[in-house]
Design a protein around this ligand. Structure first.
Ligand code: UT7
Length: 364
């Protein structure tokens, strides 16, 4: 049994805001933003939009693509949507404050009436966590065959647009993959699909990247008047240092599969599988698709590990940081442009609020 990605999709709001546009609003400039982050522009949703609008459109694009590529027997989006068993949505910017889940709203928008639907709250690692979650949900039940894994963010509604240390970094967007449980092998010769994932967290860093208001810790009070709506606060330097370690550690762990979780739970069969899987060389990996938070984080990790920077796919210049959406947006771009092909070994790696981090190793 293999858990394979059979199609991809994305939804990007049309409104493109350049660094120079921001420089007309706050005390910043194109040179600072580019040199500190690699960002040149971001796409921002209009005020009437919500996270589920982008998520549903990215999911729909993945369904359309599966039909157009002949990857499924169904010939209409409506029919294909009915075959989706699970919708997993990674997001930090839900339509509502967790009730209901945004995935349920997406299920309704897509007409995916037979799908279980849940949100994953792992911030920028949401797609990485979501893919592994979907694989687990498909794996444990013979009747479940297909899952939509979506990362969608409408961060611009949770940004203090006067905080130049934060507002220049983020953008809106969504990406999605349609995942199918197939009869292909997941190990050995001809193996396909999701080979393994690293999911990790360091909750002691929860304060480093946080939206403080609106939850059960700091609920709104009746009659309260605030100057700033709930917004993302960030200790940029702390997140930066954490991120470089998280990216390098995850890449090494995915290559060697020596994570402690595996060591604790291994039995003979997993031992056998590990020795077969272990020792994947970085040269075998066609592309590393990192979370797009800051090009400097990727460059620092590449340098530490001695990996050529060109192996990392970066589109941060156009979209900025779209949190859980950044990896599936990048996967869709790579897939549609033919830069990744069937059989290629792909690695994702990311980190975010929580603090969370992790990665996936996938045969495309
Ligand atoms: O998905 C995860 C989300 N977050 C991240 O990945 C963020 C990780 N952190 C970073 O990427 C970097 O720490 C930042 C890009 C956020 C900041 O870069 P930095 O090199 O750590 O800059 P800094 O915060 O130390 O600020 C340096 C200077 C300060 O001025 P002074 O005090 O030296 O005079 C800031 O006020 O840059 C100033 N500054 C800006 N100047 C122009 C901060 N933001 C801006 C800005 N435009 N937008």
């Amino acid at each position: 049994m293999a858990i394979e990605i059979i199609s991809t999709g994305r939804a990007i709001p049309p409104r493109r805001v350049t660094n120079n546009d921001l420089a007309g609003m706050i005390d910043t400039n194109d040179e600072w933003i580019r040199s500190h982050t690699g960002i040149g522009a971001r796409h921002l949703a209009d005020s009437g939009m919500a996270c589920s609008d982008l998520a549903a459109e990215a999911g729909r694009q993945a369904l359309v693509s599966a039909i157009e590529r002949g990857a499924v027997a169904e010939s209409t989006v409506e029919a294909l949507a009915l075959t989706v068993d699970v919708i997993v949505l990674g997001t930090t910017t839900q339509d509502f404050c967790g009730c209901p889940s945004t995935a349920c709203i997406v299920q309704d928008k897509l007409g995916a009436k037979n799908a279980a639907a849940l949100d994953i709250s792992a911030a920028c690692s949401g797609f990485i966590y979501g893919l592994e979650t979907a694989a687990g949900l498909l794996g444990v039940n013979a009747r479940r065959k297909r899952a939509l894994v979506i990362g969608s963010e409408l961060l611009s509604h949770f940004i203090d647009w006067n905080d130049r240390g934060v507002c220049v970094l983020f953008g809106d967007g969504a990406g999605a993959v349609l995942v199918e449980k197939t009869a292909a092998p997941s190990e050995g010769e001809g193996r396909r699909g999701l080979l393994r994932s690293i999911l990790a967290a360091d909750g002691s860093g929860a304060d480093s990247l946080i939206i403080r208001r609106g939850g059960s810790r700091n609920p709104w009070q009746a009659g309260e008047v605030v100057d700033t709506p709930p917004h993302l606060e960030m200790n940029g330097r702390a997140v930066y240092n954490f991120a470089v370690k998280a990216v390098t550690g995850t890449i090494e762990a995915l290559l060697s599969d020596q994570r402690s979780e595996d060591r604790r739970s291994e039995d003979q069969s997993s031992e056998d599988q590990r020795s077969e899987d272990a020792g994947i060389s970085i040269d075998d990996v066609v592309r590393i698709v990192p979370h797009q938070a800051n090009a400097r984080i990727v460059q620092a990790a590449a340098k530490r590990l001695g990996i050529p920077e060109e192996k990392f796919y970066l589109n941060i210049e156009e979209y900025a940081n779209t949190s859980a959406a950044s990896i599936p947006i990048a996967l869709d771009e790579l897939n549609r442009s033919g830069q990744i092909r069937r059989g290629d070994l792909i690695m994702t790696v990311g980190f975010g609020s929580g603090l969370t981090f992790g990665g996936n190793l996938i045969v495309w």
